[in-house]
Design a protein around this ligand. Sequence first.
Ligand code: UD1
Length: 419
Amino acid sequence: MDKLEIRGGRRLDGEVIISGAKNAALPILAGALLADAPVILKKVPHLRDVTTTVKLLRRMGVDVVFHDGVRLEIDPRGIAEFLAPYELVKTMRASILVLGPLLARFGWADVSLPGGCAIGARPVDLHVAGLRAMGADISIEQGYIRARASRLKGTRIVLDTVSVTGTENLLMAAVLARGETVIENAAREPEITDLANFLVAMGARIEGAGTDTIHVDGVDALSGTEYTVLPDRIEGGTYLVAGAITGGTVRINQTCPEHLDAVLAKLDEAGADLTIGEDWIALDMAGRRPRAVDLSTAPYPAFPTDMQAQFCALNAIGEGAGTVTETIFENRFMHAQELQRMGADLTVKGNTAVTRGVDELKGAPVMATDLRASASLVLAGLAASGVTIVDRIYHIDRGYECIEEKLSQLGADIRRIPG
Ligand code: UD1
């Protein structure tokens, strides 16, 4: 298994281009199943989760071709199987995103249940209940969701909990349903708006994406289109924290600053000087040590759970005490123990991590446990003295495109050790 070796203590200084968003690319790839002609996507990041989705689509008989490494062409016309098998779903929960499109377009979907996940139970009951409300016949057999429908019917769905992929699955089902669907208590993440924009480009009729009530007028068919995936706000936020944690100067380019409001507010509290352009953000710590911050995760537009671990690392070397409260997922502090091994003074009580910043973290061998936890270990390694080896970085490769190259470009001493 590959590892990352980081020699910490260097102040980062430079610019980095932000990739397309993983969490927008995955639903959009699934959404391509709804089209009756090829779809061309640009800015799809080269990530393990994207490769897994492409594998899943190809297994179904969908033709997926990369052109010049920048354009991805998906032709769903050859689809022959409506199945997401356990071997693929278990490696990536987001495979559940094919459920809505398969059912809406072909009336048939066998999708493996995702099973346990390292960051909590993460059920899919809302996806299933919403599709049932639209008239689908769904049973759970031998670990599979078996869903059948002639044509889904529009209806009013009130989600009990704000769910990102739940909203996306129901949105993709609704665009080809008969009549109007209203999704209430919908998630408002920018990735949902991006998916909606993509579906509209294919001919869907959607209003209110990005608010908590989405109206969809079902259409009979969707055409092919060409679409560019939005920038990854979590990747962008992670590089800004990399600048802050090392007392450095980092500019992120090709980003959407407005999607990072909650994160920028916390970086400002941490003492960063921020300059915001139309599609770039510059952070300058001028060699200062960051101040520890208090934050609580919540659905967008509040502070994202996917940035929580990175701020735990920042708090670990921040001035003063800081608290990070996780309200979306249980058991999402697996980075805490690893940060402690690097010298962090951090205690987890219930869903809150309380940190007293130390003057220095010390490099150590640590283990990545999930995607964002791994990012926090890399950040801690950049700030620590000595050498940090982060093991099991396949988690990082799920969500960060060329992380060691981008960090090297910013002046970090980091290299991949193939294993
Ligand atoms: C998505 C993101 C993930 C992010 C998360 C929260 C993708 C591919 N992944 O995950 O990076 O961390 O949003 O912003 O976009 N829940 C239920 N029943 C359901 C569905 C969800 O109870 O049927 C609960 C979950 O257990 C969790 C909460 O709802 O407590 C939010 O989860 P959800 O928004 O669905 O997360 P994902 O869509 O899986």
